[in-house]
Design a protein around this ligand. Structure first.
Ligand SMILES: [Zn+2]
Ligand SMILES: [Zn+2]
Length: 255
């Protein structure tokens, strides 16, 4: 599996992009920067998106990449049914944007939704995908993606309590988040995000249960706090003797 981080940050600026992961150029996790990061040809090569939750920074490019690639193929979208309904009611509603699940024509729509709920598994483009519960302020799923003996778990936005899901699996790679530094722990708890210290608690829980620490890649970084987070994560990595890296836009990981 060739994993590319298209968006490694919480917010979009001239130098940072919103959360999006692309696997082998064809399977995306979330769509915070799926159109802004890719050429039109690359957008057309994306065949399926796994959506984690309804927040704008994760779903905004469903509308653009769906529209941009009309006629190239039908783009498959996997997510809980409630998330599909939210998108169809509020974005792809014929008011803000066309309902791309029935246009340009119901027989060959730009997008096709497939419900995937917490605890369910699906075979998607030859990958085994399993949805697990993430600990965020709105219903959120993380995805375990496995192929050819390689496995990676993408938690998306999540916070304290995450290890309850992580302990059910044994991924080689954990792509999770740290949005803010330790001094903002109270905000992080309230909004369902990690600080480095809060992440450390969950990693310790995972290691106690599974006996190893996976390679950890950190996304959803708020650029305002990037240096502070980096310093605190170095401390966590040393304490746990773990490999923990901050993602950057364009970062590639081969499993
Ligand atoms: Zn969120
Ligand atoms: Zn987010």
């Amino acid at each position: 599996m060739q994993i590319t981080v298209l968006g490694a940050h919480q917010i979009e600026t001239a130098t940072t992009r919103c959360y999006t992961i692309l696997i082998d150029g064809q399977l995306a996790i979330d769509a915070g920067s799926l159109s802004s990061s890719l050429t039109l040809e690359q957008q057309g090569a994306v065949r399926a998106i796994l959506l984690t939750h309804r927040h704008f920074d994760h779903i905004k490019d469903v509308a653009s990449v769906g529209f941009n690639t009309i006629g190239m193929r039908t783009l498959e979208i996997y997510c809980p049914a409630a998330l599909r309904d939210t998108l169809l009611a509020n974005i792809l509603n014929g008011v803000v944007w066309p309902d791309l699940s029935v246009s340009p024509s119901p027989n060959t729509p730009a997008l096709q939704f497939f419900p995937l709920e917490v605890g369910q598994e699906a075979e998607i483009l030859g990958y085994r995908v399993r949805a697990l519960h993430s600990m965020h302020s709105v219903p959120t799923v993380g995805y375990l993606v496995e192929k050819d003996g390689c496995s990676a778990y993408f938690s998306s936005d999540t916070g304290p309590g995450s290890a309850a899901s992580w302990k059910q699996i044994a991924p080689q790679l954990l792509v999770t988040e740290v949005t803010m530094p330790g001094r903002m722990a109270e905000t992080a708890r309230k909004t369902g995000h990690f600080t480095p210290e809060l992440l450390e608690i969950e990693l310790r829980d995972f290691v106690a249960a599974r006996g190893y620490c996976p390679r950890v890649v950190i996304t959803h970084i708020n650029p305002l706090y990037e240096q502070e987070i980096a310093g605190e994560l170095e401390h966590v990595a040393r304490t746990l003797s773990a490999r923990i890296e901050m993602a950057t836009e364009g970062m590639r990981i081969t499993l």
